[in-house]
Design a protein around this ligand. Structure first.
Ligand code: KIV
Ligand code: NA
Length: 275
C-alpha cells in the first residue's frame, strides 16, 4: 500500500514506528521499497555520499531533481521525500515555492524537506499552501554547518533545548506534516515528540521518536569518510563490495572470467568465410 502523509500521521496516532532510509538511485530505491521501508528520502547527503563533497552546501536543485526522479521511478509504495538544497528556499518565500514546485513536478516525488525552525516557517506555510507537503528538519541542520562551527549535538543548553521545542511547535503550526530531529539528546527528542502532534523522525535522536531515518550508505558500511556515533551497521556491504572488486580484478587478470557460459557463439561457417 502506498505510504502518504496521512499514513505517517496515522502511524504516529496508533503508536506504530515509521521507517525511513535515504536513497539516491533507482535500484536502491526499488530494494528499499520492496523491503517495506515507509519513506525514502533523497537527501542532500547525496553531496557527501554520491558526489564526494565535504558538505551538502554545493548540492544544486538540478542534482536533487536528477536523483529524485530516479528514486521516484523505483519507489512504488514508499513515501518519496526530496531535500531542498542549500539556498533554494532560504532566499525568499517566492524562491521556496518555485523550487519546491519544480522539484515535485520534475521528480514526481510526494513531498519535500527543508532545514530550519521558526526562521523558515513562512516558507513551510507557503509551500504547504501550494499543496506540496513539507517535512521539516531541526536540531543539527547540515546546511548550517558553517554557522554552527561544525557537526555537533544540538539542544544541550536550556536555551537551545527550549528553542528546539519552540521550533518543533512552530514548524507544526506552519503546516509541516513531519519533522526530522537530527543529533539531539534522547530525552529532549522524547519531549519534542510528546509536545507536537505530527510525527518526529529521528537520526541520532534516540528511540523516543515516532520514526527513524539513516543514510543507507552508513547503515550498510559503504561510506567510510566519517561514521557518526548514532549509526548502526546492519550489513558490511562495503567489505563485500571491496572483496568482489578484488575477486573480479584477479579473475580478469588470470583469464578465469569470462567463462564459456558468459560468452556468445557464432557459426563456424560464418567464421570460415571471413577474410
Ligand atoms: O540528507 C540527509 O540524508 C538527511 C537525513 C540525514 C535526515 O537530511
Ligand atoms: Na539533508
Amino acid at each position: 500500500m502506498k505510504n502518504t502523509v496521512t499514513t505517517f500521521q496515522a502511524m504516529k496516532d496508533k503508536g506504530e514506528k515509521i521507517s525511513m532510509l535515504t536513497a539516491y538511485d533507482y535500484s536502491t530505491a526499488k530494494l528499499e521499497d520492496a523491503a517495506g521501508i515507509n519513506g525514502i528520502l533523497v537527501g542532500d547527503s547525496l553531496g557527501n555520499v554520491v558526489l564526494g563533497y565535504d558538505t551538502t552546501i554545493p548540492v544544486t536543485v538540478e542534482d536533487m531533481i536528477h536523483h529524485g526522479a530516479a528514486v521516484a521511478r523505483g519507489a512504488k509504495n514508499s513515501l518519496v521525500v526530496v531535500d531542498m538544497p542549500f539556498l533554494s528556499y532560504q532566499t525568499s518565500v517566492y524562491d521556496a515555492v518555485v523550487n519546491a514546485g519544480k522539484i515535485m513536478k520534475e521528480t514526481q516525488c510526494d513531498c519535500v524537506k527543508l532545514e530550519g525552525g521558526k526562521s523558515v516557517c513562512p516558507q513551510i506555510k507557503a509551500i504547504t499552501d501550494a499543496s506540496i507537503p513539507v517535512m521539516a528538519h531541526i536540531g543539527l541542520t547540515p546546511q548550517s554547518v558553517n554557522a554552527f562551527g561544525g557537526f555537533k549535538v544540538q539542544g544541550k543548553t536550556l536555551e537551545a533545548a527550549q528553542q528546539l521545542i519552540e521550533d518543533a511547535k512552530a514548524v507544526e503550526e506552519a503546516g509541516a506534516f513531519a519533522v526530522v530531529l537530527e543529533c539531539v539528546p534522547e530525552k529532549l527528542a522524547r519531549k519534542v515528540t510528546e509536545a507536537i502532534h505530527i510525527p518526529t523522525i529521528g537520526i541520532g535522536a534516540g528511540a523516543g521518536c515516532d520514526g527513524q531515518i539513516l543514510v543507507y550508505a552508513d547503515m550498510l558500511s559503504m561510506f567510510s569518510d566519517f561514521s557518526p556515533k548514532f549509526v548502526r551497521s546492519f550489513a558490511n556491504v562495503g567489505e563485500i563490495m571491496s572483496q568482489a572488486f578484488k575477486d573480479y580484478d584477479a579473475a580478469v587478470k588470470d583469464s578465469s572470467f569470462p567463462a564459456q557460459e558468459h560468452t556468445f557463439k557464432i557459426d563456424e561457417e560464418v567464421l570460415d568465410k571471413l577474410y
